[in-house]
Design a protein around this ligand. Sequence first.
Ligand SMILES: [Zn+2]
Length: 451
Amino acid sequence: MAIEIPRFLKRPAIRMVDIARKTDSLKFLPELLESQWWNLSMLEELQAKRMAELGRYVRQNVPYWAAAFVKAGFDDDEVLTPENIARLPLLNKDMIRVAGDSLKSREFEKWQPRHKNTSGSTGVPLDYYIDRPAHSWQWAHMWRGWAQTGYVPGDLYAAISGGSLVPEKAALKQTIYLALSSALHFPTYHMNDEIMERYSERLAKSPIDFVYGYPSSMEIFSEYITASPRKKIPMKAVFTTSEGLSPKARAAIELAFECPVYDTYGCNDGGIFSFECEHHNGLHMGMETDFVEIVDEKGQRVPDGEPGEVIATNLVIRAMPLLRFRTGDIASLTREPCECGRGLIRVQELSGRERDVIHTPDGRKIHGAFFTHFEALHHADWIARFQIHQPDANTFILRVILRREPSEADKQAVIKDLRTAMGDMEYRIEVVEKMMLTRTGKFRIIVSDIG
Ligand SMILES: [Zn+2]
């Protein structure tokens, strides 16, 4: 387990984290804290400048992209822009595997690359590399998102999560790293009452003001705290990530920790990061180093406000640049100014992985966000938590953790509403003790065996 760092040591400690993980995040943070207040056109100018640099770099140094630009009809001296980047094909995981080393820069080692592997929560694992600039910016983006709540790098926080936020097996090196970065890790592979009691005791005793975790784990944990004699563990802020935050989960967390929840959305392989501001109305994109497009099923850009797949281009990575990477996440974009005054555009309606959809008999695809807002499920007082499993085209299984024993009429009422929304399928309600989690401990509201 992590060792707590005294507060007086926190600035030097965080500098040591930068040194230990070979990043320059502290150097980039002040820039980001300032540029978030620029107006949109200044931010777009910076984005365009970095995109032009990326385009020049990859054409000169990365064989895959040199060929792809030619194939896409780029002239030799044509500058890569937010508009003409749409001429490049979308990049998926299969293409990355096939491309192999041709996606690596000729100067690969110079950028201090480190090997990463995605969780494969969509069933497709991917090997990729993140380099020193991209890794540094990534942490600076996260710190900026957290900074609005009074968080200062080096402040102690608790990480309540499975594997992708903190290492699964805390080897010595990782334990030291976590201690230096002031994170107390509370793994959530198994959340039972005994573990939650231990966590809440430890949290209540620690001088911790911030919690970082998966919404699903945080929701269960929050409900446990609220139901226990302790009732609350006040924090300054809770940051959630990764899964899509339902209004119900947000309310449960805010009640237990007596503080606002700030959702964040990141995509490590795509190299993008976004964060909620105090208005909680969408997530501000890290435009300074990330470029995001939203496309329809044919790969065409959709107008602002319309949902589609998030396509990510990290503008500062050099070791193995992935341009127009298909994240598989669904969201919409808005360029409308936010009340907070930040110029950064926002992603809205994040609704989980594209693959996590229910296929209806009449050919519709229903995303997770539909169910997190579906009244029939949220108003059913007997349902504590639910998950949907579609094992085949004609079967819809509602997996339920009970708040109380339902009557047959209770169950039929929910099934009737589901049938009205979804169409004619076989509907089953299964009472379970636990939800199905991905290999890294993430919760997905929809588990589909189709497609
Ligand atoms: Zn805002």
